[in-house]
Design a protein. Structure first.
Lengths: 63, 140
């Protein structure tokens, strides 16, 4: 699954660590999300979407 | 010290205390009733695990962003990805343990030393756990 997390994070000027702190996950988890190695749970996807003020569909795309 | 680090240390303190009680009780029982040096072995193995645990707590409390998935899970502060990595690694150990136990049983039936077979089985499964944890963390 592709996603827009890296682009959105960089637009907000956040580091992976600080985004992880906002989302309640580790820096490694943010990195894995951005590189597509880890697909988040639905609750985490909602947390990400709420944080960026977007819908899940605008952030996550099925390949 | 941050609140998160304090929570980590408080949780870890509870885990450390409970583990220490199990270690001391198990050691005393095995020294009294166990064969050979089993009590000493249990004490050394348990103490090594506690040292690894204390080291992991120190790393997670000091620099959580640099700590590994294993350290997060081991200290009880892992997120959902850390838990999934631990689940995958545990699943691999579980799958490997069934044929490995069968091979060990055959080895004992063929008159291999049970002490040696059990030791090889234990350390073999620990090695599988380490490798599978690293592999799962890299792929997730």
């Amino acid at each position: 699954m592709r996603n827009e997390i890296r682009r959105l994070r960089e637009e907000c000027g956040l580091s992976q660590g600080s985004l992880g702190a906002e989302l309640g996950v580790s820096r490694q988890t943010v990195n894995s999300l951005e590189t597509g190695r880890y697909d988040p749970s639905l609750p985490l996807a909602f947390t990400v979407a709420r944080f960026f003020g977007l819908s899940i569909e605008e952030i996550f795309h099925v390949d | 010290m941050s609140t998160k680090a304090q929570v980590t240390i408080t949780k870890a303190g509870g885990g450390f205390l409970a583990s220490s009680i199990v270690l001391v009780t198990g050691t005393l029982l095995l020294v009294r009733f166990g064969p050979g040096n089993m009590g000493k072995g249990f004490a050394v193995g348990g103490a090594a695990a506690l040292i690894v645990f204390a080291f992991a707590v120190w790393r997670v409390a000091r620099r959580p962003t640099d700590a590994s998935s294993f350290e997060h899970s081991f200290t009880g502060v892992g997120d959902e990805r850390d838990r999934r990595v631990a689940e995958k690694a545990s699943a691999v150990v579980g799958l490997v343990s069934i044929p490995a136990t069968g091979v060990a049983a055959v080895a004992v039936a063929m008159e291999a030393s049970a002490d040696v077979v059990l030791a090889v089985l234990l350390f073999g499964l620990i090695a599988v756990a380490v490798v599978s944890e690293i592999g799962a963390a890299r792929r997730s």
